[in-house]
Design a protein around this ligand. Structure first.
Ligand code: NAD
Length: 475
């Protein structure tokens, strides 16, 4: 069985200890990933620190050009890396799957590579001039989850590099190989030491967040790990961007033509089997529109084959890991025990792999775990409401606030409702429609800081003001 390697200072590093990586569609071991030792992690951080000054000193245009070359490498290696995503993560090659994830990696590289942060004159009068510069922060630790492993790593790595930082990336222990291979390929055009990888579980991540030589952490993952990272930042004052879990509500306004929006609504909830930070995770529907909504969702589900993502035609894959699979099973069983009606699915599928059917649940409400907790799986609870005010109160009744959506034919009414939802993004007639130019981030327990666009780039810089006293004007 092949052992994959991390990359430190442009060189492949094979650790003595490795762990097995499994295909969630088959249970098969597909490769061995390194358990980076503490000294390897230290070396990766020291290398990044060493390389940072030279990287930051390069002319802006040179860094942009190199990142455009990185985009080309990603584009040229799309089939190879997409295959790793499918084998490791489960999402199919086709549909909104791993080829789509790789296209996003290319786009989220090209866009930050083309952005600028010009010097801003923040104040000027006859006595002084104050200019704000955007400086790199230093070494960025990028800690990624398993749901969109390559795309989320790219969201962290590319803006950091664009701004003149260097990076040590740690992929999730569930999906390490695709990222290690991506970092290896990116290093064919990046200067040595600018982008380094380490691999292993939360202990390796903890070493990164606790290091005195890591200046900023970009983290995407669960709220509980986010809290641990906040605690660790007491020690080193590392700047943090935390994209943690969400439990996004979607409200369908009364009388909405749901049939015409069925595809967007379905994929808004079930993209990557619901294992997407900003998926619709609870649906609020007026009681008169309930039947039409269920029919619309069923119609799309019926035409969406599920299976091994390497087989053409499948657009839905397995749940990525046993921990998440068990969580989904338990939440559905809990809903059943609390009087829920299972409209579709609701029981694990037979055979190998962590396959769980698209599941629609009704006769549940806020207060039941499947509504209150993030399921991160292919299960959508549908809550009936009588008034829009009631739906807004229930939508906001959550400790998280990543995304939300409002669906309606009257855009003014939908906008008015959207303004009352507490979330980092509220989409109208779409859900999870992220874009590399549009800032994205959560409120409440969903974390803090934003990624993407100019605001995202600012978040991997630190401002420096240069304040000049003007010579006194003599009469
Ligand atoms: P997780 O928090 O368990 O792991 C995320 C990463 O953190 C992994 O690489 C893990 O090894 C590492 N880690 C674990 N303990 C650590 C520690 N003490 N210090 C540093 N790093 C540590 O999350 P997960 O299970 O991989 O991902 C699923 C969760 O992520 C869901 O809750 C989901 O909503 C959330 N998520 C959020 C977004 C977003 O943008 N907001 C995107 C994707 C996933």
């Amino acid at each position: 069985m092949k052992s994959y390697e991390t990359l430190i200072n442009g060189k492949a590093v094979s650790s003595e200890s490795t762990f097995e990586v499994k295909n969630p569609a088959t249970g098969e071991v597909i490769g061995l990933a390194p358990n980076s030792t503490a000294s390897e992690v230290e070396e990766a951080i020291a290398t990044a620190k060493q390389a940072q000054k030279t990287w930051a000193a390069k002319p802006d245009q040179e860094r942009k050009d190199i990142l455009m070359q990185v985009a080309k490498v990603l584009e040229d290696n799309t089939p190879y890396l997409a295959e790793w995503i499918t084998k490791e993560q489960g999402k199919p090659m086709s549909g909104p799957g791993s080829m789509f994830e790789m296209q996003a990696c290319v786009g989220w590289t090209q866009v930050p590579a083309s952005l600028d942060l010009p010097v801003e004159t923040v104040f000027e009068d006859e006595t002084r001039k104050d200019e704000m510069y955007r400086k790199p922060i230093g070494v960025v630790g990028a800690i990624a989850p398993w749901n969109w492993p390559l795309m989320i790593a790219i969201w962290q790595i590319i803006p950091a590099l664009r701004a003149g930082n260097t990076v040590v990336v740690k992929p999730s222990e569930y999906t390490p190989i695709g990222t290690l291979e991506m970092v290896r390929l990116m290093n064919t055009v990046l200067p040595a030491g600018v982008l380094n990888s380490v691999s292993g579980d939360g202990k390796v991540g903890a070493q990164l967040v606790e290091s005195k030589d890591v200046d900023k952490i970009m983290f995407t993952g669960s709220t509980s790990t986010g809290r641990r990272i906040i605690e660790a930042s007491r020690g080193n004052m590392a700047r943090l961007t935390l994209e943690c879990g969400g439990n996004d509500p979607a409200i369908i306004l009364p009388g909405t033509d749901v049939a015409s929006k069925a595809g967007d609504l379905f994929w808004g909830a079930f993209l990557n089997m619901g294992q997407t930070c900003a998926c619709a995770k609870r649906l609020y529907v007026h009681e008169d529109d309930f039947d039409a909504t269920v029919a619309a969702l069923n119609a799309v589900a019926d035409q969406s084959p599920m299976g091994n993502g390497m087989e053409e035609g499948n657009v839905l894959g397995p749940i990525q890991n046993k921990m998440q699979y068990d969580k989904v099973v338990n939440l559905v069983e809990d809903a059943k025990a609390n009087g829920a009606t299972i409209l579709r699915g609701g029981s694990p599928m037979e055979g190998n792999g962590y396959f769980y059917p698209i599941t629609l649940i009704s006769d549940v409400d806020n207060g039941v775990r499947i509504v209150d907790e993030e399921q991160f799986g292919p299960v959508l609870p549908i809550v009936k409401y009588k008034t829009v005010e009631e739906a807004i109160v229930k939508a906001n009744d959550s400790e998280t606030g990543l995304g939300a959506s409002v669906w309606g034919d009257d855009l003014d009414q939908a906008s008015q409702v959207a303004a009352q939802i507490v979330a980092g993004t509220v989409w109208i007639n779409q859900h999870g429609a992220i874009h590399p130019m549009v800032p994205f981030g959560g409120v409440k327990d969903s974390g803090y800081g934003v990624e993407f666009g100019v605001e995202g780039l600012k978040a991997v810089t630190q401002p420096q003001v240069i304040s000049v006293k003007k010579a006194a004007v003599t009469a």
